[in-house]
Design a protein around this ligand. Sequence first.
Ligand code: 6CS
Ligand code: FE
Length: 301
Amino acid sequence: MLQTTDFYQTRETYTEGYFPRREPVVHAEPDQRVAGPLSEAELNRFEQDGFLSLPGYFSPEAVAPFFDELDQIEKDPAMCDRDQVIMDPNREKVRSVFDMHRLSGAFDRMTRQPHLLAMVQQLLGGDVYIHQSRINDKAGFCGNGFEWHSDFETWHSEDGMPAMRAVSASIMLTDNNPFNGPLMLIPGSHQSFIPCPGETPENNWTQSLKKQTVGVPPREAVGRMANARGIEQPIGPAGSLLLFECNTLHASNANMSPWPRSNLFFVYNSVENRLTRPFSGKAPRPAYLANRDTPRALRAA
Ligand code: 6CS
Ligand code: FE
């Protein structure tokens, strides 16, 4: 029976404040926690911070073909006209390409890389499927940033994701350094759900992926979280991996450096957490943003 009770009321049902999350951070049963590649220390780090940074996880050579494939897409006008390719607001550069795992066999196989998949299954306590995949690309000098937000707040409100049982795997396709707009995260912020004010516009995704205006938590709440635990900015060479929990607050600055910053994101959702109706009450988002098929458990490549 699909859960349709809205335990995380936001936007149209906004109330000020913030509320403790209902789900565990690591979903594995106690006796199953070590049944996977992540050590107890790594699981504890993920539980405490809401993310785990693994610099140098893949070699730069292993991810170079993905960056090259992105370059091909960006040079293909027919591709850039597709809805799943989001240009930045001044339409100069590609900002995001969604549904990469369906565009390319290499990306699909990467979602099922055995060790990566085993870590995600360990964190989510069982079988998983891809809810969303994308590349966020920040060209040198002009790549725009992303507002502070919880991905879960959007996926709950606009896609109908019932519970906090999803993890994003971000693979750096280029070096992420302090100057080219790396992801910033607030440790511990995953433990609280922060309702966001504002009604979800119809077809919000046509604008939100260029600049998010709803689903942005009140600055007072972000400030309080940052004052409690600071802000961290995982950097590393191309090939580095960042696993972050669906409710961890994150943002990124514009890229004013001459160097590109391109990161690949795979969003893994538990097969026990399939999408229901969008809790905003609005129409479901397109398939390239949210996989509404009956979840089919991923098998290692
Ligand atoms: O709307 C979404 O699904 C996307 N928006 C943001 C700001 N991050 C997660 C996701 O890519
Ligand atoms: Fe996000």
